[in-house]
Design a protein around this ligand. Structure first.
Ligand SMILES: [Zn+2]
Length: 73
């Protein structure tokens, strides 16, 4: 399988110095299941539609895509 590395934040954010991680904006479609009384209880078939190309700092929400690199295991 293709598991030659993991994506990691290799440098602190250049904007705010935060080194706690990042988030990606993704658009997904999935199936949401509901009980008869309307409570959501499960979701399946998660499929990314688009997004995930840019990565944003958890601290200041700036684009830090360049600080996220694939690091060999
Ligand atoms: Zn930041």
């Amino acid at each position: 399988m293709q598991s030659e590395g993991t994506w990691q934040q290799v440098e602190p954010c250049t904007k705010c110095g935060n080194h706690e991680g990042w988030y990606e904006k993704r658009v997904c479609k999935y199936i949401q299941f509901f009980d008869a009384n309307g409570d959501a209880f499960d979701a399946g078939n998660m499929e990314r539609v688009r997004g995930g190309e840019r990565r944003f700092c958890m601290g200041c929400h700036k684009d830090i895509t360049d600080q996220i690199k694939k690091v060999p295991r």
